[in-house]
Design a protein around this ligand. Structure first.
Ligand SMILES: [Cu+2]
Length: 179
């Protein structure tokens, strides 16, 4: 897909608020006070060693939890990554101590921000396929979820949805990049 087409696609996705909402309501998992919604992973090119996973995590409890890691048959290693500026270069690295899921809040892992990193991939993640993986939370423990493998354009819809959510919530001190 050309960049122009991709942009047009992303724009139409951004305008389709109801479409974004329908993504958010599908494919949910519960563990303790947490609801893990629509896990998706980006399709990878043959031979790729890493892949990104995205998910929305709601914490309906009264204490914070942390997403500290995971496991997957198709990946030798699963890490939770953040994007950080280092010497003017945007890099991703493991989040020390895990990703905090504040009490009563929703945390969105999306392209360009925090994400699940599937490393040492043992197979290609094919668009349209599904892959099981386990997410591990510090307090809630393990939860098995099924990641739907999506095209880049489709994973970008989640990014647009997360932007809208952030502007609506008007959070201070809870933005992806002010670490
Ligand atoms: Cu990463």
């Amino acid at each position: 897909m050309s960049l122009r087409k991709l942009k047009a696609f992303a724009l139409s996705a951004a305008l389709a608020v109801s479409a974004a909402a329908s993504i958010a309501s599908a494919n949910e998992y519960k563990v303790g006070d947490l609801v893990i919604a629509h896990p998706i992973a980006r399709a990878t090119a043959p031979g790729a060693r890493v892949g990104g996973g995205y998910v929305v995590i709601h914490n309906n409890g009264t204490s914070a939890d942390r997403l500290i890691g995971g496991k997957a048959k198709f990946a030798g290693k699963v890490e939770i990554h953040e994007m950080k500026m280092e010497n003017d270069v945007m890099r991703m690295k493991p989040i020390e101590g895990g990703l905090v899921i504040p009490a009563g809040e929703k945390v969105i892992l999306a392209p360009g921000g925090n994400h699940i990193m599937f490393m040492k991939l043992s197979e290609t993640l094919e668009q349209g396929a599904t892959h099981k993986a386990t997410l591990t939370f510090e307090k809630a423990g393990n939860v098995d979820v099924t990641f739907q493998i999506k095209s880049i354009a489709e994973t970008l819809k989640l990014k647009d949805a997360s932007k809208m959510d952030h502007s609506k919530m008007n959070h201070n001190g809870h933005k992806k990049h002010d670490h």
